[in-house]
Design a protein around this ligand. Structure first.
Ligand code: 13P
Length: 250
């Protein structure tokens, strides 16, 4: 059985004081949770402070992006070595906002996913179609393109340590969640791709999160789907109470 994984993507929110307050509250509220992997994804400037607060707890730490080189003349970037050093367990790669605003491509995503593994970080690789893709009936084509190219060259072991987040772009921050059936259909499709690319055992073991307007009131129906193994939560992860309700979806 796949252990659910619920991650908060804080995006460009929270100063040090705000982040510490949020994660201190959260730590107490989810201390009793053992059957879900819980992850928070703050901005780079607060990773260190948050890492200190969640040390030896059941909360894991994710960064929201990284570059693939270890060090050097790459002004403004941060490396996998640095993320590992500050205490990150995971790194979100290829979020649709990075693809849309910062020129992320399948090729850069693939470089980053491989670099994450090379340094013992687990990538949470985001894939998903835009509204116009869905309306023109090319959802599967777009998702396949993201999955196949993003994961190109991974070993089975690396794939087992990779999380995929399916985030339909039209559902992000819009309040329009994919229906559980719509999400399940794409999750099942992704699992089929993993079986073709790796093996059916790997496909059965990899966790696929859904992201896009997940809230306390819709999380249970989404999580009840057979191929939905967790959530990547934006807005609702910025509040300890609502994120806790999502983590405790059962
Ligand atoms: P919202 O939950 O705010 O829709 O954001 C989803 C998301 O982009 C998580 O990565």
């Amino acid at each position: 059985m796949r252990k659910p994984i619920i991650a908060g993507n804080w995006k460009m929110n929270k100063t040090i004081g705000e982040a510490c307050e949020l994660v201190t509250d959260l730590k107490g509220m989810v201390a009793d949770v053992t059957d879900v992997d819980i992850v928070v994804g703050p901005v780079f400037t607060v990773l260190s402070s948050v890492a200190e607060i969640i040390k030896d707890t059941n909360i894991g730490l994710a960064a929201q992006d990284m570059y693939w080189e270890e060090s050097g003349a790459f002004t403004g970037e941060i490396s996998p070595v640095m993320l590992k050093n500050v205490g990150c367990d995971y790194v979100i790669i290829g979020h649709s906002e990075r693809r849309a605003y910062f020129g992320e491509t399948n090729e850069t995503v693939n470089n980053k996913v491989k670099a994450a593994h090379a340094h013992g970080l687990k990538p949470i690789m985001c894939v998903g179609e835009k509204l116009e893709d869905r309306e023109s009936g090319i959802t599967e084509k777009v998702v396949k393109d993201h999955v196949v190219n993003g994961l190109d060259g991974l070993t089975e072991k690396q794939m087992l340590n990779t999380v995929i987040a399916y985030e339909p772009v039209w559902a992000i921050g819009t309040g329009k969640t994919a229906t559980p059936d719509q999400a399940q259909e794409v999750h099942k499709f992704i699992r089929g791709l993993l079986a073709d690319m790796f093996s059916s055992e790997v496909a059965e073991a990899v966790r696929i999160q859904y992201g896009g307007s997940v809230k306390p009131n819709n999380v249970s129906d989404l999580m009840a789907q057979p191929d939905i193994d967790g959530g990547l939560i934006g807005g609702a992860s910025l509040d300890a109470e609502s994120f806790t309700q999502i983590v405790k979806f059962k």
